[in-house]
Design a protein around this ligand. Sequence first.
Ligand SMILES: Cc1ncc(COP(=O)(O)O)c(C=O)c1O
Length: 417
Amino acid sequence: MKELFNEYVKSIDTYIMFRIKQEAAMLAPELTAKNRAPIALAMGAPVAPPPQFVYNSLSEALKIPQIHTYSTPKGETFFLEAIAKRMKNRFGVELDSKTEIFSLIGSKEGLANFIRALINPAADEKKQDVILVPDPGYASYTQMIKTNGGKSYGIALSKDNHYMPDMNQVWDKMQKDGINPAKVKAMIINYPSNPLGATCTKDYLKHVVDFCKEKQIWLLSDAAYCDIYFDENKKPHSVLEIEGAKDVAVEFYSFSKPYSMTGFRLGWVCGNAEAIDNFGRLKSTIDTGLFKALQKCAADVLNSKEGDEYIKAANKGFKEKQMIIINGFRELGWEINDDDIAQATFYIWLPVPEKYKTSTDFTSDVLKTSGIVLVPGNAFGQNGEGFFRLSAVASDEQLKETINRLKQDGFRYKDCV
Ligand SMILES: Cc1ncc(COP(=O)(O)O)c(C=O)c1O
């Protein structure tokens, strides 16, 4: 049969996290037989159940007459108003729930469709619209851009630039690398960062807002991890706290990580009204909104004492898990300064031992030898090469078992056998 699918779809592979999961599942019998049953530390999905409050509210919502019928793509008024209240309580950000907020089937869907709304698809590379993405960054961004017929350009994040690069330098380098600035439509930021766990200052957010205003490009802020932090005095900010940010910015939020509601598929985008309107018209043609009962329990948890307490307790747990892993890797020879320990997210980002040529060589060896499922840093962009990511979301026992296995199997930072 002749090829009927489009070039972009043909050029992409299954999303990296699912490929890793499949590989681990294939090796599971062999690994289990040698007492190394896979321990899944690849996916960024908390394993604890959501707050009981959410389930109670969901069961009540299911009794509401007509709850089963279509919602609207934008979301129910009560849901949008609860989001506006949350943004006010958490960040002091004022939003008009009618024009500045739109519901999402998880932030991944929202980002993909927002990108679709920005890009004029082109097969010819020179004609492609460009979106700047963090590198290393969430692996989906580049794929979303590619499947919509656009091109991504990596904003290099490194320890040297404190993961907050000067955007004017990035812009200059981008032009030297042959990118036509007129083709740039947007830049994406993601603080706290997947995979780095890095946070940024409010001053840096202002720098990025000013930059996007000057260059007349959209700023897409992915705030999926804004509620996973370890120091009450260093709470991550919303970009919308910056004066005038609404002129250029939209921000994406998710219920997945803070409330362990990954499977519920719930999120929202908020910010610039014109951007929300454009996005909303696209969304209304391809999706008819979220199940109203889910919106009800999500709205209820957002501004509840139970929700806030859940987040606090979960973050305490994530910090403990982070330290099990950090201390374990220190014992294995990794030099990790206190200053380099992430202040947010449940991700741990470490260099691969010296003897490995690529990060994939290391993560494959660890999987095949010890059954520990990690993500190679190169999955997050070219600047991720030489590192690996571990999601400290499993039980404490599994995390301790991880360290024990690595010790027993001879994995050391230096002279790894
Ligand atoms: C940076 C980042 N953004 C967005 C998402 C998508 O989350 P969801 O679609 O569950 O809201 C993820 C998931 O891992 C992520 O790491």
